[in-house]
Write a protein of this length. Sequence first.
Length: 250
Amino acid sequence: MLDGQRVIEIKVAAGAQTPAGLAGRLSSSLKRLVDDNTRLVDQIIVVEEPPYWMVAEKKADGEIVPGLAVDDRAAQSFGISQRALAEQYRDQLRAAVQQYRSRRNPEAWLRGTMLALLVLGSYVLWLIAQRRLIQRLRQRLHNHSPGLQVGSIRLMEPDQLRPVLLWCVTLLNWTLLLLISYLLIPLLLGFFPPTQVLAVRLRGQILAVVRGLGSAVFEAIPSLLAMAVILAGVPAVAIERLLPPAAPET
């Protein structure tokens, strides 16, 4: 693992090592390598040391430091030769080191900062536009609130429906505000290398919540439609008959 992302997959470890233990040690070694800019990606090489093919690091003085031994069992677990698996590991490690360092150079930080400022500016403009839209909706409802009528049946008068519509507008306002603000967090975090992994996790959580809400709404649609049909089909006179009679005035 590097920067919270998987670099290579180890199914079988050579000798008495466990795949999990080997992966943990290699992750620590890889982190030390990427943080030392004097160690170049071309120094990650593949050498043959029977009965293994080794992914190793070639020091500046020519010393070969073994890193990952690939035996026949590991190669068979992937269905390729030992050499092919070792070269695959080498290429994946080199790519991970290059990507890690490219995301952390000054140009990447400057680009991330500029994009973050652009997104924040767009967010502020969105808030202003949303506020104005909500104010217009509220004003329109206060001045021209409709009633609720199905055919010849008057279900709700304008004065009765107006509070419901105003509540819906308030709910819509806060829902949009919270949703856009929550989506903004992983977007901003994704612009900066140290927080990109956290951004990926937050995006996953958001998608899970959205899927759950979508599923709940979809499952509730039949019940809501049934209620609407029932309410629309009950005349106002029938509703009045179901209510208890008013007490006589004294």
